[in-house]
Design a protein around this ligand. Structure first.
Ligand code: FES
Ligand code: FES
Length: 164
């Protein structure tokens, strides 16, 4: 069997430019975790059913398990590791800790990124908006109510921080 020829692709991850081998249809998740060492994004089902692999592509949630890495050429990808320099992501992460929103935590990086996209377009979402935004995610630990409360807490805290 012959090896696939390298197909180098450039994109931005968490503000840093990268160039990776995206030969064939290697999934974005494999590149993020395996080549770039960004292991916060998780593999769950591999079938766009659980949301554990969710990252942001140009600010919108995307399933990294099924999306070929070549498809993000010249685009901007964010993973949970961006919380080190993104105030909204950091506020979400803090609120999830405060609410103890999660047990095993496996689902949380994807959920927090989808919540980040929600807060970008709707800074004070009501409960139905949060539930709708997180509909693509499964939490097998059943932490749904605490997860929704955590998003509300982060939104309230961010609103306080920007209040005059
Ligand atoms: S691992 Fe991608 S949706 Fe489940
Ligand atoms: S906290 Fe365990 S799957 Fe959500």
């Amino acid at each position: 069997m012959s090896a696939l020829a390298p197909q180098m692709v450039r994109f931005t991850v968490n503000g840093q430019g990268v160039e990776v081998d995206a030969a064939g249809d290697v999934p974005l998740l494999a590149v993020l975790r395996g080549e770039l060492g960004l292991t916060g994004s998780r593999f769950g089902c591999g079938l766009e059913q659980c949301g554990a692999c969710t990252v942001l592509v140009d600010g919108e949630p995307a399933y990294a398990c099924s999306r070929p890495a070549w498809s993000v050429a010249d685009r901007s990808v964010a993973t949970i590791e961006a919380a080190e320099h993104d105030l909204v992501l950091a506020a979400l992460r803090r609120a999830f800790l405060d609410e103890q929103a999660g047990q095993c935590g496996y689902c949380l990086s994807g959920i927090i990124l989808s919540a980040r996209a929600l807060l970008a377009r709707e800074p004070s979402p009501d409960r139905p908006a949060i539930v709708a935004a997180l509909d693509r995610h499964l939490c097998r630990c059943g932490a749904h109510n605490r997860i929704v409360r955590a998003v509300q807490r982060a939104a309230a805290r961010l609103a306080e921080e920007v209040a005059p």
